[in-house]
Design a protein around this ligand. Structure first.
Ligand code: FSX
Length: 368
């Protein structure tokens, strides 16, 4: 079991000033689309949080999700939020092993029945009775069903737990499925991404600690605050898309000028996540900023959806775009809308959410 030190004591021990803590609370408020006036409430709630018991189960996965959360250069406020919870069971992080580890899980389940938060990363193999992945002789399937019974809510961390992810990809030899395919009677928050963004994980935990409730979710069970807009909508290269300026290869003039990577297969328009705003490695960069298109890893079936290097469809040219804007406004119809429809149809066929007519709202060249 974790110790029960309060968060202020823990922050002080790590040399984190109150000012920095409040700055972090401000960032969380922004990320969760809350007004600035909520910052003191978030700070007070985190400081007073009862440190709910969290049982974290890792199933069929690559440990990238845990690595994402824990591999920071120095103790960050994000990682310290983990100290605001009582992480009572986590295969990778706990010191206990063997029977002692399983005893810790069962003890936390008994002591906090109906109140603990269950975090799951990895998919659940259901083929042949679930024999493809077991922990302490218990199949992932049985362990999930058993542990979910007393959970207040479940957080499915990573695309594997949220949608099946890589293990679910064709031909899916283990019969891998998502948490929501097995558990139907509990609130489930999906934090997709392969791996998911650390601050999104901690943001959801902070929201739960602050309000004692799960955040507003989208149609795929993801927190709207982080997954409400596409990568494309928040991408700093978006003005080049609007101007019809595209890199054609990874080393041409367009690539050197930082133009849009759409024609090189970027899945930003059909991918919903916060990479373009939170970025990675403590806000250093994200794939598109590093010169590679988005793979769409936070969407269902992203691995089977087609080539990572094939454009979703023919992008709109400035002229076509202007016509489409007019058409969307009801002035003309026909070709421009058809062009837009090709775009959305390709996205739909790939199993992704489609881009919306919002794409057509801005005139050519206008920055978002
Ligand atoms: Fe999946 Fe996570 Fe990708 Fe890996 O636990 S979402 S394969 S980063 O590790 O589950």
């Amino acid at each position: 079991m974790s110790d029960k030190l309060s968060l202020p004591v823990i922050l002080q021990a790590h040399g984190i000033s109150r000012r920095k803590f409040l700055t972090f609370c401000g960032s969380l408020a922004t990320l969760m689309a809350l007004p600035e006036s909520m910052v003191p409430a978030i700070a007070a709630a985190l400081e007073k949080a009862q440190r709910p018991s969290v049982i974290w189960l890792s199933f069929q996965e690559c440990t990238g999700c845990t690595e994402s959360l824990t591999r920071s250069h120095s103790p960050t406020l994000e990682s310290l939020i983990l100290n605001a919870i009582s992480l009572d069971y986590h295969h990778t992080l706990q010191a206990a092993s063997g029977e002692a580890a399983e005893a810790a899980r069962l003890a936390a389940m008994r002591q906090f029945y109906g109140k603990y938060l269950l975090v799951v990363d990895g998919s659940i193999p259901t083929g042949d009775g679930g024999v493809y992945s077991t922990i302490a002789g218990i199949s992932n399937l049985d362990m999930l069903q058993e542990t979910a019974k007393g959970a207040a809510a479940i957080v499915a961390v990573g695309t594997c737990a949220a949608f099946g992810g890589l293990p679910h990809a064709h031909p899916n030899p283990t019969g891998a499925v998502a948490v929501s395919d097995i558990i139907r009677d509990k609130p489930i928050i999906n934090i997709s991404g392969c791996p998911p963004i650390p601050v999104v994980i901690t943001g959801v935990l902070a929201h739960y600690l602050t309000f004692g409730a799960i955040p507003e979710l989208d149609a795929l069970g993801r927190p709207k605050a982080f997954y409400g807009e596409s990568i494309h909508d928040r991408c700093y290269r978006r003005p080049f898309y609007d101007q019809g300026k595209f890199a054609k290869t990874f080393d041409d003039e367009g690539a050197r000028n930082g133009w849009c990577l759409f024609e090189l297969g970027c899945k930003g328009p059909t991918t919903f996540n916060a990479c373009a705003t939170t970025k990675w490695n403590q806000g250093t960069s994200f794939p598109i900023e590093s010169g590679h298109g988005c793979l769409g890893c936070s969407e269902p079936n992203f691995w089977d959806a087609g080539s990572f290097y094939q454009a979703l469809s023919t992008p709109l040219t400035p002229v076509g775009r202007a016509a489409a804007v007019a058409a969307a406004a009801g002035i003309v119809g026909g070709a421009a809308i058809a062009m837009h429809n090709r775009h959305t149809k390709a996205a739909a066929e790939s199993g992704h959410q489609t881009v919306t007519v919002k794409d057509l709202e801005k005139p050519p060249g206008e920055e978002k």
